[in-house]
Design a protein around this ligand. Structure first.
Ligand SMILES: Nc1ncnc2c1ncn2[C@@H]1O[C@H](COP(=O)(O)OP(=O)(O)O)[C@@H](O)[C@H]1O
Ligand SMILES: [Mg+2]
Length: 360
């Protein structure tokens, strides 16, 4: 994978539908061989973005550059991109092989070359022997793999997938995540994937583009998005997080000191040490975000005191809710093997694990 070569650039890409701004001036560079995911809630502009890249939607403004060439006005069929939609859109009257061969016949490939490629593609998506079947004789996961094979058969420059796993049940979806990544790595094809599912985005992608109301909120590798979110929106959308209100008191050498606004029990220190974040000016109102797994129960000292008020079982994980003030709770992750905490508890965390985020 050559991570330094930009294949696709979006420059101020914008789409208006009448008065609706569906995509609002997006800038993004995607590297060769990269698997990138657009993640965000329904209606934030993911589909419109990927449809503009594919040439199925005309931008209102901005540019799409591929390998240094402006393709903004190039028709979809001349872009040579593969696309997989949520509903697969297979041709029902055609066999699996004919579905996969369709883009090749459109491109006037010779008959024996088509046959060779179809058999390679069936092998790639692990559907050998299924070529003569029709779509209705296949399971959802198999149909999805045919759609993928059809999108890849002509060696497209880019693969675009819009909620391609959305119609599958949870188990199959997880299997297909791994399969798609295996195939994508094998072919080293630059891929833009769209989903509203954060697990899917974090689990599959080299980088994730988090979108919010027609704009990009943050672009980062999954791990960085989780550990270094730059906004409450991203921190909250990607994983669970406890959010407290406060204001910055001081930037010390190794921490930012925040005074929490919430009325806490008098025995509790309301000034806490958080990750050093000098770009939040002293006096500014901030949110402090702490992941549940960063919260520890301690015997003495501690940052906050609270009372256990509930627990939620979730398979291997159990979230324990601690009331830390009137109308304020904080979740922590109960460690496997630990006794369930009860009654009054003291909570602690490493200052670096308390993120200082703009209040916005
Ligand atoms: N063809 C269309 N005509 C009018 N509005 C549209 C059209 N397509 C999308 N929109 C609007 O644009 C916004 C973004 O939609 P979309 O790109 O489908 O979001 P997502 O895929 O993230 O759910 C939404 O407000 C949606 O209603
Ligand atoms: Mg969509």
């Amino acid at each position: 994978m050559d991570q330094d070569t930009v294949v696709l650039s979006l420059r101020q890409l914008t789409k208006h539908f009448g008065g609706v701004v569906a995509v609002d001036g997006i800038d993004l560079d995607i590297n060769k061989g990269e698997f990138i995911t657009l993640l965000g809630p329904s209606g934030c502009g993911k589909t419109t973005t990927v449809r503009m890249i594919g040439g199925y939607e005309e931008p209102t403004a901005g540019q799409i550059i591929v390998d240094g060439q402006d393709i903004t006005n190039v028709p979809a069929r001349d872009r040579n991109f593969g696309m997989v939609f949520q509903d697969y859109a297979l041709f029902p009257h055609m066999t699996v092989s004919d579905n996969i061969a369709y883009p090749l016949r459109m491109r006037k490939w010779a008959r024996d070359r088509v046959a060779g490629r179809v058999s390679e593609m069936l092998d790639l998506v692990r559907l050998d022997g299924m070529g003569k079947r029709h779509p209705w004789e296949l399971s959802g996961g198999q149909r999805q793999r045919v759609a993928l094979a059809r999108a890849l058969s002509f060696s497209p420059r880019l693969l675009l997938m819009d909620e391609a796993l959305g119609a599958l049940d949870a188990k199959l979806r997880e299997y297909m995540r791994v399969e798609i990544r295996r195939i994508q790595r094998l072919l080293q094809i630059t891929t833009i994937h769209v989903t509203h599912d954060q697990d899917e985005a974090l689990g599959m992608s080299d980088r994730v583009v988090v979108m919010r109301q027609a704009k990009i909120a943050q672009v980062a590798a999954p791990r960085d998005l989780y550990t270094d979110p730059t906004s409450v929106y991203v921190a909250d959308f990607v994983g669970r997080i406890n959010l407290l209100w406060g204001h910055v008191v001081e930037h010390a050498a190794d921490a930012t000191i925040v005074e929490l606004d919430d009325p806490f029990p008098p025995a509790t220190a309301t000034r806490i040490r958080a990750r050093r974040t000098p770009d939040q000016a002293v006096g500014s109102r901030v949110r402090v975000g702490i992941r549940p797994e960063a919260v520890r129960l301690v015997e003495g000292g501690g940052v906050l005191a609270g009372v256990v008020s509930g627990a939620r079982f979730g398979g291997p994980l159990e979230y324990v809710t601690v009331a830390i003030g009137p109308d304020r709770t904080l979740d922590l992750l109960r460690r496997p093997g630990d006794a369930p905490p009860q009654g009054n508890v003291l909570l602690d965390w490493a200052p670096d694990q308390a993120l200082v985020l703009p209040a916005d």
